[in-house]
Design a protein around this ligand. Structure first.
Ligand SMILES: [Zn+2]
Length: 289
């Protein structure tokens, strides 16, 4: 096991952070605006996000680099700024973290689908390599691949991230099938855990897609096929659209109660995805996480 990962989980489960997108919106990010452009234009507002999470108990914070791959940045006319945006994202989170937390750098999906022939696996690996190198050069402690819906894309990102030599965390979304236990492409938690383990990740798991209750069987099933540390970040319940706004209904206390059961199911890293905020992290910390 990678030394950093081993030392983090040695004393029990580790609290990570919560959602970023919604936190940036609370600070003025507009719909359709490129969140990662804020790394260059509003670094002080971006820095408030990891600062608040660390104050609430996060021992790991991510970076505002989820969509900072060339395909997504191109849509915002920033295709030539991949390095700059990723390096700035790491710098901001490191400044907030100091020696209080680790900075795990975020890589999200490309927004292109291999099955629709919008992109090839090699093109994806190239783009993720460009992003991962910039994140590593800026001093990230690890790389977190998250919100992946296609295992082939996730594996391309893993191959790219592993070239940096940093610990690699990889997560997929399970929100399909009648039991919400499949990826969009139909893979089960067991299949995903096996493929990611074989690819050499240091930590694997799931994020986004559904509320925390649904993460318990996913976590338990992944645990049956791997001894690797598991990373779980659920949404704050299922989203409801109220007056055109997406609203998540789970309260921090409800979420934190279930988080304890997630530990029993084998989770080593716990945080939150869409709809969660620093209060969710604080509620989990209050329960001894
Ligand atoms: Zn999410």
């Amino acid at each position: 096991m990678h030394e950093l990962i081993g030392s983090l989980i040695a004393a029990g489960p580790v609290l990570t952070d919560g959602a970023w997108g919604t936190e940036l919106m609370r600070r003025g990010l507009k719909k359709g605006e490129c969140p990662e452009s804020w790394n260059l234009n509003h670094p002080e507002r971006v820095e408030e996000v990891p600062l608040r999470y660390i104050e609430s108990g996060s021992r790991i914070v991510l970076t505002n680099t989820f969509g900072a791959n060339r395909f997504i940045l191109e849509k915002h006319d920033m295709g030539d700024k991949v390095r700059e945006v990723n390096k700035a994202g790491v710098k901001i989170s490191k400044q907030a973290a100091g020696d209080k937390a680790c900075v795990f750098a975020s890589i999200g999906p490309s927004g292109k689908l291999i099955v629709m022939k919008q992109v090839s696996r090699d093109e994806l690996e190239d783009a993720f390599t460009e992003q991962a190198e910039a994140l590593a050069d800026a001093g990230a402690d690890a790389i977190v691949i998250e919100t992946m819906i296609d295992i082939t894309e996730a594996l391309a990102a893993v191959a790219a991230a592993k070239k940096t030599g940093l610990p690699v965390v990889a997560n997929m979304v399970f929100d399909a099938g009648k039991d919400k236990d499949r990826t969009m492409m139909g893979n089960t938690p067991e299949e995903v855990a096996e493929k990611l383990s074989t690819a050499g990740v240091d930590v694997l798991g799931s994020n986004c897609g559904q509320g925390i209750e649904g993460f318990i069987p996913i976590c338990r099933r992944m645990r049956t096929v791997t001894d690797l540390p598991l990373w779980m970040k659920a949404n704050a319940g299922m989203p409801e659209i109220i007056k055109g706004e997406t609203v998540y209904n789970a309260t921090p206390d409800q979420y934190a109660d279930v988080a304890l059961r997630l530990v029993d199911a084998g989770a080593n890293f716990i945080g939150g995805c869409c709809g969660t905020n620093p209060d969710f992290i604080a509620a989990m910390k209050n329960r001894g996480l």
